[in-house]
Design a protein around this ligand. Structure first.
Ligand code: PRX
Length: 658
């Protein structure tokens, strides 16, 4: 029974059972039409074009968000106040007075209108073994799990930790928490046992949900063993629910509960709890530039509304499209654009279990062809990796289903952007470079949030989404001068609240206000720097806090570069390129002096096989900096490092160079 659940989800879906929950859904749902959203919602306000709508959304924020929230979400009882926010206290509240259930919005109302529509396509590690789950099946899984969690003593307000790779039971676990009023804390299933333990302890979870083993890139990973190690140091944990991803048995203790076996004993109807708009939906831990990871808190209504709206408009998602976001559910991208945004919109969303190069570098595009993916959303780091393998891996597959290509997580360099557009998208799909953060909940700056025909400049995130009012502030300490003109650079801030933003840091509200609202009073500070072009388009320059704290003082790169005029370049070559290092160094110096200036020439050029990156693909610049400073004893926390060998190789190469 266990395996059939994973293979084909052959649950006993009988008509009599369904009649019961359909009745329950009917009471909760209203008719819903994805196409009718924004223009209709504000038509009565006399706004007809897209740029007018953006202005309306920031100038008449209450009227805009109020109208959209009433139209897009199914409420159990209506809200009385659209927003109640005060940045000086870090107070963010949306849709107060309103009650709703997020799982009803993501499941029941779609089951009511199209129960057999596919909600999830689980793209398992082995190509061609995908599993499709309809809205009806996902609701049943969610209800059974919700009932099981209740039986295990999970109550409204508790926080359940989920340590699972992307799979339908992980999504059902998230939605089951939402259904019964518990918060979830999804921890990326690549994190070590210490990192997991830190997060379980901070969230004070009594329940952990995991799988026996994960399968990724043809390798089996013992996830349950990692959980066993982690919970040894987590006194709050009373039970671990274990799903069986593989057929290999694992040692079970008294604390462990066989998930499939127990959920099959549960009823397929689970009464959804009426949640307040501002009750916690989930915690998600993210690293700060210093200190322990922060458990950012997102709440119910505002987050759901914002992810649904951005999913619809940034990607130009239409009813019946297949949305393929290849992130992991353990990151905010997975939460917002695999789970909540697409499901709230009644969409079909892909859960990608594998890697971009398994079994070969054509994996993404073979999947696009096989599943008929219409919107593909990935990270520049993967695009750069695939680019190195050449165009044939892409051209071997039919990509005519693709309509929009998305990018997220870091700036996309021109070469990668151009390749993504020209080769992957055959020059006909817009590339949307989406800027946002765990803190923002959803996409804030993207090329086409309001106009499917708008101009796109390569490498630029371009335009703010509805309701987002960016500001560039002077980065000088205490300066806080706003650059209101175009063609300027500054600290990227957002000057008014939007529904998707994080509400606090779990148990550390003071850290929340200090990090995000005190650096520039009156603004939400993103931690990134940005440039606004003459035309008013935004380009993200990178983290401002990528810089250093020396004896308690913050130093900007500009200040440092005034003193230490030294540029150190790490180069990763395409796979097939064979070149002598000194010849390459000479060529690169010539290129830089030609395209920038002589003074910008790198002092040191080191060729490396790969750069030290986090598992989410961010280059660990601080590690590189320490290597260059010869401070290899102080590399700091490497627990999020993807490939530990990369650091040793960089160190060895550096020693050779000096
Ligand atoms: O520096 C920005 C970078 O990623 C940071 C947020 O990281 P995280 O919370 O892990 O969320 C990643 C997925 C949303 C930002 O502060 N970043 C994200 N998207 C872009 C980006 N930098 C440049 N361009 C982007 N499109």
């Amino acid at each position: 029974m266990m395996c059939s659940l994973w293979r084909g989800f052959s649950l006993p879906l009988t008509t009599s059972l369904n009649r019961r929950f359909l009745k329950c859904c009917r009471q909760l749902s209203r008719s819903y039409n994805i196409e009718s959203c924004i223009p209709e919602a504000v038509a009565f306000q006399g706004v007809s074009d897209h740029s007018g709508l953006y202005k309306f959304s920031v100038n008449e924020s209450d009227r805009f968000w109020g109208a959209v929230a009433r139209q897009r979400l199914s409420w159990i009882s209506p809200f009385h106040t659209v927003q109640n926010c005060d940045f000086s206290q870090g107070k963010i509240k949306w849709f107060e007075g309103g009650k709703l259930n997020v799982s009803v919005n993501c499941l029941d109302r779609h089951v009511h209108t199209s129960p057999e529509r596919v909600a999830l396509i689980w793209e398992r590690d082995e190509p061609g073994t995908e599993v499709k789950i309809t809205y009806r099946q996902l609701l049943e899984l969610t209800c059974r799990l919700g009932n099981l969690l209740k039986r295990q003593g999970v109550r409204r307000g508790d926080c359940v930790t989920i340590y699972m790779p992307p799979c339908p039971l992980a999504v059902a676990s998230m939605l089951a928490c939402a259904r019964i009023g518990a918060a979830h804390n999804v921890v990326f299933a690549g994190f070590s046992s210490e990192a997991l333990a830190d997060r379980i302890r901070d969230a004070q979870s009594s329940t952990v949900i995991t799988v026996n083993q994960g399968v990724r890139g043809g390798k089996v990973v013992d996830l349950k063993r990692t959980v066993d190690q982690a919970v040894q140091n987590c006194p709050s944990v009373q039970q671990v629910l274990v799903a069986m991803r593989t057929e290999n048995t694992v040692a079970m203790t008294d604390r462990d509960v066989p998930l499939e076996e127990e959920m099959m004993k549960e009823d397929v109807v689970c009464e959804p709890v009426a949640m307040d708009s501002e009750d916690v939906l989930f915690l998600l831990y993210t690293s700060g530039s210093t200190g322990k990871p922060k458990g950012l808190v997102h709440t119910q209504a505002g987050y759901l509304l914002y992810t649904a709206l951005t999913h619809r408009y940034v990607f130009n998602y239409h009813d019946r499209d297949v949305f393929g976001c290849v992130a992991d559910i353990g990151w905010i991208t997975g939460h917002s654009y695999i789970v909540y945004g697409p499901l709230c919109n009644g969409g079909t969303t892909v859960l990608f279990e594998s890697t971009p190069v398994y079994p070969n570098p054509g994996r993404y595009w073979e999947m696009v062809e096989r599943l008929g993916i219409n919107q593909f959303y990935g990270a520049p780091t993967a695009i750069r990796l695939l680019l190195k393998y050449g165009d044939e891996w892409v051209q071997n597959y039919n990509r005519s289903s693709l309509k929009t290509l998305g990018s997220v997580g870091e700036p996309i360099n021109t070469e990668a952007w151009e390749w993504y557009h020209r080769v992957v998208g055959d020059g006909r799909c817009p590339v949307v470079d989406t800027w946002w953060q765990t803190e923002t909940g959803g996409i804030c700056i993207a090329p086409r949030p309001s106009d499917p025909e708008a101009e796109i400049v390569p490498g630029m995130a371009m335009r703010p989404f509805y309701g987002i009012k960016p500001a560039l502030l002077d980065t000088e300490v205490g300066g806080a001068l706003s650059h209101s003109s175009n063609d300027s650079t500054g600290a990227l801030c957002i000057s008014q609240a939007w529904p998707g933003m994080a509400r606090t840091i779990h148990n550390h509200h003071q850290r929340f206000t200090e990090t995000y609202f005190q650096p520039y009073p009156g603004y939400f500070f993103t931690g990134d720097g940005a440039y606004r072009s003459k035309e008013g388009y935004y380009q993200i320059v990178g983290r401002l806090d990528d810089v250093i704290n020396v004896s308690g003082h913050r130093l900007g790169t500009a200040e440092l570069e005034d003193v230490v005029v030294c540029v150190y370049v790490f180069v990763v070559l395409k796979k097939a390129v064979m070149v002598q290092e000194d010849v390459l160094a000479q060529q690169l110096r010539e290129m830089v002096s030609r395209s920038i200036a002589k003074y910008a020439c790198p002092d040191f050029i080191q060729v490396v096989r790969c750069l030290p990156k986090t598992r989410s693909g961010k280059i660990m610049r601080r590690v590189l900096r320490k290597v260059v400073e010869r401070n290899t004893d102080e590399l700091g926390d490497l627990s999020t490092l993807d490939d530990p060998d990369s650091v040793h190789e960089v160190i060895r190469g550096h020693q050779r160079l000096r």
